[in-house]
Design a protein around this ligand. Structure first.
Ligand code: SAM
Length: 216
């Protein structure tokens, strides 16, 4: 019952708050047509990330995990330059089609190969969005800290589902929250999210870790 109410409110918020954006709609349909999985951020999450960029006047965004470029479009539509990393050549090709006309650079490669190169080049970003391989979240996070300017921020997606699925009480592994909490270079919190896109069950609930980088 409660789940239904939350899902209903999410749909209502979505229908009320979103403005039409043909490029985003096209990205969703073209990605489906090309057989990409529908595992993008939700519309309201995309809007949230876009608002975050505008609030901090972000000029440069680094994204780890492009898929068909749906979240990339949300970032780039704010006027920020987006550098995005994608391991799958087909995903990258579709993303290139979907993001046409925007200031986007999609690097083909495994994130853990590409991130050290960006650091070597001395690149710094206003915002880093982590949305690739759940098993590598902590490695991505550490590179992200190095690649974020002072007082810039890092978002890591799916941290609630990832932590629940690899239940620290069962696996004995330290959670991402525990690791991030010990990192003196950042101040971090959990931004809980609901996505009624998914079926109405516990999987609807997820969240971002949001970290502000005090020193990188
Ligand atoms: N950010 C996208 C959005 O919201 O529209 C969704 C990204 S999807 C959840 C994850 C993507 O990360 C997939 O396209 C996958 O191929 C890519 N990926 C997985 N492992 C990767 C790795 N090690 N390096 C780079 N990309 C990776």
């Amino acid at each position: 019952e409660r789940l239904h109410l939350v899902a209903k409110l999410d749909v209502h918020a979505k229908e009320s708050l979103l403005k039409p954006n043909p490029q985003l709609d096209n990205a969703i349909s073209n990605s489906a047509k090309n057989g990409l999985p529908s595992i993008t951020v939700s519309e309201l999450q995309g809007q949230f990330l876009s608002i975050q960029c505008q609030l901090m006047n972000a000029k440069s965004v680094l994204e780890i995990g492009t898929l068909g470029g749906y979240s990339t479009i949300w970032f780039a539509s704010t006027g920020a330059k987006v550098t995005s990393i994608e391991i799958d050549p087909k995903h990258r090709d579709v993303a290139l089609e979907n993001t046409k006309g925007l200031d986007v650079d999609i690097i083909l490669g495994a994130a853990l190969d590409v991130l050290p190169k960006l650091a070597e080049e001395g690149r710094k970003f206003d915002l880093v969005f982590i949305d690739a391989d759940w098993n590598e979240q902590w490695e991505y996070f550490q590179w992200a800290v190095k690649l974020t300017r002072k007082n810039g921020c890092i978002y890591a997606d799916n941290v609630v589902r990832e932590t629940l699925e690899s239940d620290p009480d069962v696996t004995g592994k330290e959670s991402l929250f525990a690791k991030v909490g010990k990192d003196e270079r950042v101040q971090a919190t959990l931004v809980s999210t609901v996505n009624s896109h998914k079926q109405v069950d516990d999987d609807m609930y997820d969240g971002f870790i949001l970290a502000v980088v005090k020193e990188s």
